[in-house]
Write a protein that binds this ligand. Structure first.
Ligand code: PLP
Length: 378
């Protein structure tokens, strides 16, 4: 069997171990220290906006704290993009609140501003104003930020921006992660850069950052003994993981370039195959990091389904994956409200994510191309 070609795998830059050694040398082997501060400063500098970043143990932890800081409590409702990874929605349930799922629009595959407004109006009519809106930049593609924020502002509902997949993406030149009341980043092993596991909350003020750090370190009051007036969490990032992050920040721009080149590779590969559409920016406003490249396969035109291609890839040890299954179709969320049509369902039916790593070789790209040509008879 040939080597496995991964959908997206860790890609070290070279200096990660240097920062980890520094942590060991100074005995900062703890969930705080110079690498944590340095990584936060690197992210703040990279995002080029008036924001503050708190480094946390996971993107999921960042989403959870964002909900808490938006005062989401038991019995509240939170709107969430249906087409996403379950981690976008699970923290709503951690708070004892109910998710209200909203369909995507076909340009960016992200939350549809029209369905969003419809959902807000209907929930208000039924007696509850949603406490927050979770919008996602799926696969690195920015959502329609102007329209989504206009709807959110009209009803005065905070937006929690799930930018877990979109570090390095911009909308109208502004970094993803800096649009919402809070922005969420993830550094899991399969993301565009990794800290092995980790995340961050992008905050608008130093006050919000301080509150995030406070909650993520067990909510200790200012006293010599351990005193607590609030429920806290153990969500801070480790200084070892942050060392990996600092090394990764040195190569982030190269990683974005390489992922975007993978998207170009697929554009070329599929340009002569009728019935296959590559997911890419619809206008100049969008700049995607193309964390994952994805395609839609029209079975009526190609005579093949996305499952046919996935299984053919698998035969050659090439990993590919259906798009995120919408949350309103998930058994665990079967009883939650949903607004919109069938856009996300259709995307799920026909969509496939392709190997997109920044570390793929020419030989691996050739293997992918041969398989595609074999399956579609080109
Ligand atoms: C990865 C991811 C998360 C969760 O991040 P973790 O760091 O794995 O907890 C949340 N939302 C989306 C869209 C993601 O892709």
């Amino acid at each position: 069997m040939e080597n496995k070609i991964w959908l997206s795998s860790p890609h070290m830059g070279g200096n990660e171990l240097k920062y980890i050694h520094e942590a060991f040398d100074a005995n900062w082997v703890a969930p705080l220290g110079p690498n944590v501060n340095g990584f936060e400063a690197d992210l703040e500098h990279y995002l080029k906006a008036d924001i503050k970043v708190a480094a946390l143990s996971a993107g999921t932890a960042a989403l959870h704290l964002a909900l808490i800081e938006c005062d989401v409590r038991q019995g509240d409702e939170v709107i969430c993009q249906s087409m996403t990874f379950s981690a976008s929605a699970n923290p709503i349930a951690y708070q004892g609140a109910t998710p209200v799922f909203v369909d995507s629009e076909p340009d960016t595959w992200n939350i549809c501003p029209v369905a969003l407004e419809e959902a807000i109006k209907d929930r208000i009519e039924k007696g509850k104003t949603p406490k927050a809106i979770i919008a996602v930049h799926l696969y690195g593609m920015p959502f329609k930020a102007d329209e989504v924020l206009a709807v959110a502002n009209k009803y005065n509902i905070p937006v929690i921006e799930d930018a877990a997949e979109a570090l390095g993406s911009t909308y109208n030149g502004k970094a993803c992660g800096t649009f919402g009341r809070f922005g969420v980043l993830s550094f899991n092993g399969n993301k565009i850069i990794t800290t092995s596991g980790g995340g961050a909350l992008v905050c608008r003020t130093q006050e919000d950052k301080d509150q995030t750090v406070f909650l993520s370190t067990q909510a200790r009051d200012n006293a010599p003994h351990y005193q607590h007036s609030q429920i806290g969490y153990n969500y801070r990032m480790s200084n070892i993981c942050a060392g990996i992050g600092r090394g990764q920040m040195e190569v982030l721009n190269d990683r974005v370039k390489a992922r975007r080149k993978m998207n170009e590779f697929y554009k070329e590969l599929f340009k002569d195959i009728d019935g296959i559409t590559l997911f890419t920016e619809s206008t100049e406003e969008y700049y995607s990091n193309h964390w994952l490249s994805a395609i839609l396969i029209n079975p009526e035109v190609t005579g093949k389904t996305r499952e046919d291609l996935r299984l053919a890839f698998l035969e050659d040890n090439i990993e590919s994956r259906p798009l995120w299954k919408p949350m309103h179709l998930q058994p665990v969320f079967a009883k939650t409200p949903y607004y919109g049509g069938k856009v996300s369902e259709e995307l799920f039916k026909n969509g496939l994510c392709l190997p997109s790593g920044s570390n793929l070789t020419d030989e691996e790209r050739n293997r992918i191309a041969s398989k595609v040509k074999e399956v579609f008879g080109k």
